[in-house]
Design a protein around this ligand. Sequence first.
Ligand SMILES: O=c1ccn([C@@H]2O[C@H](COP(=O)(O)OP(=O)(O)O[C@H]3O[C@H](CO)[C@@H](O)[C@H](O)[C@H]3O)[C@@H](O)[C@H]2O)c(=O)[nH]1
Ligand SMILES: [Mn+2]
Length: 739
Amino acid sequence: MPIGKGAAAPPLSSSKLLLGAAAAYRTFAAVYSCAIISLLCYHINRLHHSTSLSSSFVSLSFLVADLVLSFMWVASESFRMFPIKREEFPENLQKVISKEDFPRVDIFICTADPYREPPIGVVNTALSVMAYDYPAEKLSVFVSDDGGSKITLFAFMEAAKFARHWLPFCRENKIMERSPEAYFGSDRHNINSQGYQLIKAMYEGMRSRVDDALERGELPNDNVDGDQEEWKSFSAWTPAFTRLNHPSVLQVLLDKDRDRDVTGSSMPNLIYMSREKNESFHHHFKAGALNSLLRVSAVMTNAPVILTLDCDMRSNDPGTLLRALCYVYDPNPDIRSRLAYVQFPQRFDGINRDDIYAGEMRRVFWSNPTGMVYGPDYFGTGCFFRRRCLFGPPGACLMLENPKMNPDQVATSSVHSDEVMRLANHVMACDYEEGTNWGSKAGFRYGSLVEDFYTGYRLQCEGWRSVFCNPDRPAFLGGALFSLIDFLNQQKRWDIGLQEVFFSRYSPIRFGVRSMGLLMGLSYSFYAVSPAWSVPMTVYSLLPPLALFNGVSIFPKVSELWFLLYLFLFIGAYLHDLTDFLHSGKGATFRRWWNDQRMWSIKGLTSSLVSTVEYACKALGISTLSFNITSKMQDEDQSRRYEQGKFDFGAISPMFVSLGTVAIVNLISLTRGVASILGKRSEGGLVLQVLLAGFVVVNCWPVYGAMILRNDKGRLPTKVTVVSAITASGLLTLSTIPR
Ligand SMILES: O=c1ccn([C@@H]2O[C@H](COP(=O)(O)OP(=O)(O)O[C@H]3O[C@H](CO)[C@@H](O)[C@H](O)[C@H]3O)[C@@H](O)[C@H]2O)c(=O)[nH]1
Ligand SMILES: [Mn+2]
């Protein structure tokens, strides 16, 4: 890597420790820790002095719930001790490294199902990065199609043609949105700009050809005239071809050495691949796809820098690549040699005003990463890797089966050459990884449904570092999800994946702390333990209201000092969270925070709970896990409801039963509790329980409406309401059985 012009080189980035924030956090953490310790002592004491089975059960439940909460709180503080703000100066890059020396960059885009991830969307993502402000001949875009769809290949053949017009159009008009769909859909374009109408018509023509083909499930007839070289690949789709059983397909759609755009300038490489699948081999979902991409790209281009993208995360800023290089070329050799990846946040467009489902995930994608001392975890998309980091620790590079694929090798043959094509096909075979280091020591790591989190974690344990880069203009934008069930299913998959990491031999609590020290170990543990959030959520949303229903006080009375401790812990935690949220960046409002905390509770009662059951079934060998791909299709009805800020409960799912049960139990208990306080039948012993049930009821407000008042498709299905009501009555009845 040729670098720098000595001490005189201008800075490429700066970082600042936010001392004021750190001091405030640390002071608060010290006080709050004392309060937590007192609470735990209180529980232990209560447990010790329990006189009946039921009171022991209650005390023990609270002790366990609060132990989980305390651990999560301590772990979450690891993100707050050293908050760092970074800035990049891409305008200085060419003063440090000349344009001719810019590295080659391979861009990986994964897609896995043409019906959940429409090919035209994938094409848009690809076009947005092919049009980066960067020497085109240094870019290669590799599309991995785990859906094995000929329509996706067809879409990319169309994209290759369209790109010849689109790339020069972007360059000449200096447009920022380089995904055509986003560009034509925004109001920021200049319809008088050169060739606007023409290019728009071209794009729409392409889109309708691709969408029609998808709808019919067939390629357009007029194009298939057998002898065309580029249509040869379609012969792979024999009647025996299925998504889970098919030979590999590889096609070079654009070759930088051969293809030129309409102005005669170079174009990036564009390569379509669908790795071989066979049901007798585990294909390891996205991690497997990424490893296939790693090998095929190693054979073809072996670029030292890699960008991984999900098919729905388009580039929103053509300068992003140069920004990422500011870290790759950091003048400090110690920093440079340890850098594994530069992670940009996942940002979404189409989020509704109050972000009812907390789809921004500010904590995960905005605030927590700024405080991880060795750099952020890997989010799976919008991340620039140094290829080298995927092949062993900083000081010891692994030797691969084929030395040509080693990360220090420079690929010299044309991507089209017979030898390259033969080797590329060989490394895509489904049995290629048998008996190799792939997935364990090399490439993206196997063993978790959150392959991103797990891979980043393992790399950092090996001694690699990462950087979080969060410019004002979002570097990447993905489409927001519009329905609650999609969010919960996604969260459930993540939670299962996190449990796989937690219970693995690389558990962050032991292995992580040992390899990276306490703070980083805790940061990773925070996520790995987060599915256990369901424990305190279940305890706090059921025990206090059930006791309240029976007029039994289980919290301290208003007159006791412990009452204040409870108030302090609750209000302290929520205010801390609110302050944090409001400081997490642009667009943070009180309402968004409110919805965010509501989603946390909902997840605890739904996805975390169900994920634990599914993980346990897998651990006991009762079932196997699968990667349920999130749908990127938009249902018009659903998007309208979303835009109006209405919750969408329109799905039959056990997750909604647990939510509905909690909503009913708390409402009934609250009514009874308020009545007994007003009727002066209790002396302040029930106040905390009433407050808590009230808090749950306010949080569940949309659930009641969805049960009774609504009649649109987003209402809670009657079946779910009935089962919830039966479960709630069952619990209430059980709680009255005398002990
Ligand atoms: O067998 C598979 C399954 C998925 N994918 C791709 O993986 C990506 C992510 O899948 P998606 O259904 O969109 O999942 P999300 O939950 O939205 O993704 C988040 O969580 C995943 C881990 O669970 C990470 O891989 C993603 O980067 C991260 O954005 C998509 O591009 C898919 O095409 C594959 O290539 N092969
Ligand atoms: Mn996604």
